[in-house]
Design a protein around this ligand. Structure first.
Ligand code: SF4
Length: 428
């Protein structure tokens, strides 16, 4: 039997300046997780809503237990032989993962490393607003799903991206492919979500929920027009309508392309608090290869300039551009060693953090339909070294905890797709 103690030994020897919980979280995100039939006996939990991408390591067609319909959005692990603090982890289905959810001999649900019980596990509760009746003809979990253990309402208002095909799509992104497989499987995906549906769903949340503290407006890039609007106007409409009706009710965030300063100002004026113009990958040559659409239509230099200028509109701490942690090691053209990859990405972190802007990162999931999907992710060593750099550079510039992510610190963080909030200090 492979023993979970070996994980603890590796952590203790190499990464004990970071929480052990972050090690386990990153390794589960990196690999994905499987479920056995016992994990689905109780159905009173929130299942995966597929809020934007698939974030799975296998296509729906290979999910023998219909995991796409039964798996929880996230798991919260705790206790076990290493007495883990509560740690929220997004679910990425992978039947081949070394991690599995099952029940032990005491009938306790938990996460197993091979066959060794590692920690207890629970699934997220179904929010009360999911149980209401709505006039709109779509389930509320499709229109306004919640993630991060109820903290973040995720509004993917445009479920496709106009960067089409392998010469334009970001090479790790399955937004368009996931759309096709989910529609084929009968999920009630909505290509462009009518703003009335969004407002109706938010009314339900407003009246029945106190857990959600933020919402994100996002979707694919728009390079021509959509609903007769350009990209800025398309997304701006949602921000305006939501903030008109629910001004200040939640922290308002957008995840879009990098816009010019005057366009950023329109979002700020519409009530948006936090801006995520995701740069995805720092290295100049890799940016061209990994994000060919963004590179051709906007270009890296312009993208970076716009990020810096947007800080003059939103305030530096409210500009939080994402990068896809690990994709800089993707074969065939990525960095060959962990140290080269981490050093490149740390250079990007230093560039932004020295200017008061704290990026965040998600954990690259090699999704099967993507150009880069047919390979294994980087080793855990990469993620732990990246977290160490993140923590040290963040401390070097004495930056605040990034807003809009809920609490920071091990045992408190709810951001579920990387451990960056778990390794930061608790906010006093
Ligand atoms: S811009 Fe890139 S990451 Fe964003 S939706 Fe389009 S292909 Fe995906």
């Amino acid at each position: 039997m492979v023993n979970a103690q070996k994980l603890h030994d590796d952590w203790q020897k190499n990464y004990s300046d970071l929480p052990f919980e972050a090690y386990i979280k990153q390794d589960i995100l990196r690999q994905g997780i499987s479920f056995d039939s016992k994990s689905f006996i109780n159905s009173d939990y929130k299942t995966k809503d597929y809020f934007i991408f698939s974030f799975d390591r296998v296509p729906l067609s290979e999910m023998k237990q219909s995991e796409n319909l039964k798996a929880p959005e996230e798991i919260k692990i705790s206790k076990g032989s290493h007495n883990l603090r509560e740690t929220v982890i997004s679910v990425r289905i992978n039947p081949q993962s070394e991690y599995k959810i099952s029940v032990n001999h005491e009938n306790k649900m938990g996460v197993f490393y091979h066959d060794d019980f590692l920690a207890e596990a629970e699934f997220p509760p179904i929010p009360d607003y999911y149980k209401l009746k709505y006039d709109m003809p779509k389930p509320v979990g499709e229109i306004a799903p919640v993630i991060e253990w109820g903290y973040l309402i995720y509004l993917t208002v445009f479920r496709n991206c106009q960067y089409f095909g392998k010469d334009e799509e970001c090479q790790y992104c399955d937004i368009n492919h996931n759309w096709k497989q989910q529609k084929r499987a009968g999920r009630p995906y909505t290509g462009v979500k009518p703003v009335e549906y969004i407002l109706e769903a938010l009314s339900g949340i407003d009246k029945n929920d106190n857990t959600a503290k933020a919402y994100t407006i996002t979707g694919g890039s728009i390079v021509t027009r959509l609903k007769d609007k350009n990209e800025v106007d398309f997304y701006l409409d949602y921000a305006r309508e939501i903030n008109k009706k629910f001004s200040g009710r939640w922290i308002s965030k957008i995840v879009t392309e990098a816009f010019e300063k005057e366009d950023c100002q329109k979002f700020k004026d519409a009530g948006v608090d936090i801006y995520h113009p995701n740069y995805e990958i720092w290295d100049e040559e890799l940016f061209k290869k990994v994000c060919p659409g963004k590179s051709r239509f906007i270009g890296r230099e312009t993208w970076i300039r716009r990020i810096l200028e947007s800080a003059e509109v939103f305030g530096a701490k409210n500009v939080i551009p994402n990068f896809v942690g690990g994709v800089e090691m993707a074969k065939p053209y990525g960095f060959k060693t962990v140290d080269e990859a981490v050093s490149s990405t740390a250079e990007g972190l230093d560039f932004f953090m020295s200017r008061g802007i704290s990026p965040r990162f998600t954990t690259w999931c090699p999704e099967p339909f993507t150009v880069l999907g047919n390979q294994e992710p980087p080793p855990i060593e990469y993620y732990m070294k990246l977290l160490r750099e993140y923590k040290n550079i963040h401390a070097k510039y004495k930056l605040p905890i990034p807003p809009g992510y809920g609490p920071s610190g091990a045992g408190r963080a709810v951001f579920s797709v990387s451990a960056f909030m778990d390794i930061l200090p608790e906010e006093i």
